[in-house]
Design a protein. Structure first.
Length: 342
């Protein structure tokens, strides 16, 4: 039997890879296929940078859409295996003593965007800019009708994945709002929940946003060792279906993944998020990816556009679903880490 190694990487965003790892389904399924898994973020700096660059021929990545789109636009060999949609409630925050009471009043105001010059790819900046765009467009406020305050953070961002504290508002944004250097910031889970609980900040408006999470793999691995890709996808499909049938346990794990509490998670994410973790390549999901491509390209974040329909590779997902359905009975016997049997 093979004893090959593959790498995995994930973001602190709800996805089935995390559930499959924490329930040990993914490790067991890959071992059965002759593969061991290693977390990319445990490797040296030049190797874990593949989380953004995709300069690895043995990598599975499940997370935010912008790095894989960026890599694909630069000609990196990466396959799009599946998408799961996230429905998240993100607040626009002001200071508790602010005289701004409605989002319409942000016209002409100072809005924060943290910028990280020393990172490989400034994911957090682009996510914030897209969030602001959605919030402002709902009130017919143009991007040129506000004052953008770029907050430079030269410390970079910690490695995402295991042990990461991602998915939070940059501390520089909080400090700028506290000190009155900006009038509002765009909230991110879970720090926004804790800022509101402090009493020093106020929610101006909640912005419900839906965005895609991408499951991708190095093209070389897919071409040379398709059995590894099929095994990986099968376990993520099984984990996602387990979550639907075990919602409370899944919520605890997803809160852990996103560095929040179960209560914070329930307040910030629609239940549709938990019910739609299974990777898919539906027309609506691919359309959501296409919207992200257009945003990144229109804002000069990527050097070239990406043809999403040509990028998506449905073969492995089709095989994984057939295999998962043949083994669905096993899901009920998975020992839940939540129950203390980890």
């Amino acid at each position: 039997m093979k004893n090959q190694e593959a790498y995995y990487s994930y973001c602190p965003i709800p996805n089935a890879t995390y559930l499959a790892l924490r329930s040990n389904m993914l490790q067991a399924g890959m071992a059965e296929a002759g593969y061991s898994l290693r977390c990319l973020q445990e490797l040296s700096m030049d190797q874990w940078a593949a989380h953004f660059t995709y300069k690895s021929d043995r990598l599975f990545r499940n997370g935010g859409y912008s790095p894989p789109i960026w890599a694909r636009s630069r000609g990196e060999k990466v396959e799009l295996l599946g998408v799961n949609m996230i429905w998240e409630k993100l607040p626009v925050l002001v200071r508790a003593d602010s005289d701004i009471v409605e989002l319409d009043q942000l016209k002409g105001k100072r809005l924060a965007v943290s910028v990280h010059p020393n990172v490989i790819f400034d994911v957090h900046q682009f996510v914030t800019r897209q969030g602001w765009r959605e919030a402002l467009e709902r009130h017919e406020i143009g991007a040129d009708e506000v004052h953008w305050v770029e907050l430079k953070n030269y410390d970079g961002i910690a490695r995402e994945g295991r042990g990461a504290k991602g998915g939070q508002i940059d501390r520089s944004e909080v400090e700028a709002l506290e000190q009155g250097a900006v009038d509002a910031i765009y909230g991110k889970f879970p720090r926004s929940e804790r800022m509101l609980a402090s009493g020093s900040f106020r929610r101006l408006e909640d912005v419900w946003t839906a965005y895609p999470v991408l499951l991708t793999v190095s093209s070389a691995l897919a071409e040379r060792e398709p059995e590894a890709v099929s095994a990986y996808l099968k376990q993520t499909v099984k984990a996602a279906r387990w979550a639907v049938r075990n919602r409370n346990e899944a919520t605890v794990l997803l809160a852990e993944q996103t560095n929040g509490t179960p209560e914070e998670f329930r307040r910030s994410f629609s239940e549709k998020t938990l019910l739609n973790l299974e990777p898919n390549l539906t027309d609506s999901s691919l359309a959501a990816v296409e919207r992200c491509v257009r945003f990144l390209y229109d804002n000069r974040c990527i050097p070239a556009s990406v043809e999403v329909g040509q990028w998506a590779n449905p073969y492995f997902l089709e095989q994984a679903r057939i295999q998962a359905e043949a083994e669905l009975g096993e899901i009920d016997h998975v020992q839940s880490v939540v129950s203390g049997t980890d």
